[in-house]
Design a protein. Structure first.
Length: 337
């Protein structure tokens, strides 16, 4: 999974990247560990040689200067490409440096309007290219539907498409079709004020916290982070709350594997079967799938954190290839290649 961090100048994008990176970033790019208390608990129990959290990459994308030069906008669009989710940062504090009061609702509207415009331009270009390389009629209908909604200022993520239309339009990487998280960067020590933003969010998940405080928390050990975050009034360490929110927006969950060699979280799409989930580990396991031994994390912990006790109680069970894997399932795959 890759996320793009977007927002107007001075909103705090770079501070957010640093907080998410927890000291492991490289400038405007970072690999973020998806904080998971279940993984930490299993690691304490099994004492493995290696503990691996699910992770994703984030990249800060700078909003182009208002010069109107085509080249700058093209670079911006190229930088946005490849992101499965946009983390949209909004400034919720007055900035003496910029000489401006906070207007997060207006800032959100500005970028939303730009995204709609970018998508309309892509549709116009697609129709221009279709004069030389014919487009199927079903594709034209799908793009015309997109155009009509965009001209009515409706982002494509709010539009109902059938699977055939979605399969066609995804190739265009429309910005308004990509899931978004909204993060309001607030004043330290002040209660977050999201008044007005809830309606402007139009169903998007909105979180508010001061990024400088989140950066301070990120520089502590994992054991100290949760306690210090609570003391500062934060909902949790940034790498944990933002990553989990991005996961949910993309319909991802994690199943777990646990043993003395490694405790690990494996990201999959919600609704995947046991056989499909096996492919997250290795294609050979998926190809040679026989069965999956599964116990939920909660059942495991409530039975003395013992596989033996869980098996005797009947909560560790054998499932076939069509079982739908649940978040927090501890899985041991049996396979033959």
């Amino acid at each position: 999974m890759e996320a793009r961090i977007i927002g107007l100048k001075g909103c705090g994008k770079t501070t957010l990247v640093a907080a998410l990176a927890e000291g492991k970033g490289e400038g405007h790019v970072a690999t973020v560990h998806v904080g998971d208390a279940r993984v930490r608990a299993l690691s304490e129990i099994f004492q493995p040689k290696k503990t691996t959290f699910a992770e994703f990459k984030v990249r800060e994308v700078a909003w182009p200067e208002a010069t109107g030069r085509k080249g700058e906008m093209e670079k911006y669009l190229d930088a946005l490409g490849g992101g499965q989710v946009y983390v949209h940062v909004l400034r919720g504090f007055d900035s003496p440096m910029l000489g401006e009061e906070a207007h997060p609702v207006d800032d959100l509207a500005e970028l939303d309007n730009e995204f709609v415009m970018f998508d309309l331009i892509r549709i116009e270009r697609a129709f221009e290219r279709s004069k030389k390389a014919p487009m199927p009629d079903t594709g034209k209908k799908a793009l015309l539907k997109c155009q009509q909604h965009l001209e009515a200022e409706t982002p494509l993520r709010e539009v109902d498409f059938d699977e055939a239309d979605l399969a066609f339009i995804r190739q265009y990487q429309f910005l308004t079709l990509t899931p978004q998280l909204l993060l309001l960067n607030t004043e330290s020590g002040a209660a977050p004020d999201t008044s007005g933003l809830e309606a402007a969010a139009r169903g998007r998940r909105l979180m508010a916290f001061p990024f400088p405080d989140a950066l301070d928390v990120s520089q502590l050990s994992p054991e100290e982070q949760a306690e210090y975050a609570a003391a500062l009034g934060l909902p949790g360490p940034a790498a944990e709350i933002v990553a989990q929110a991005a996961y949910e927006e993309l319909g991802l969950i994690s199943f777990l594997t646990a043993g003395t060699d490694e405790v690990r979280a494996w990201p999959i799409r919600r609704g995947e079967t046991a056989k499909e989930a096996a492919g997250a580990i290795h294609s050979d396991i998926q190809r040679g799938f026989i069965r999956a031994e599964i116990v939920s994390y909660d059942d495991f912990m409530s039975h003395n954190a013992s596989m033996k006790t869980a098996r005797e109680a009947g909560v560790l069970r054998v499932e076939g290839k069509d079982y739908i894997v649940q978040s927090g399932d501890i899985v041991n795959f049996r396979f033959n290649v």
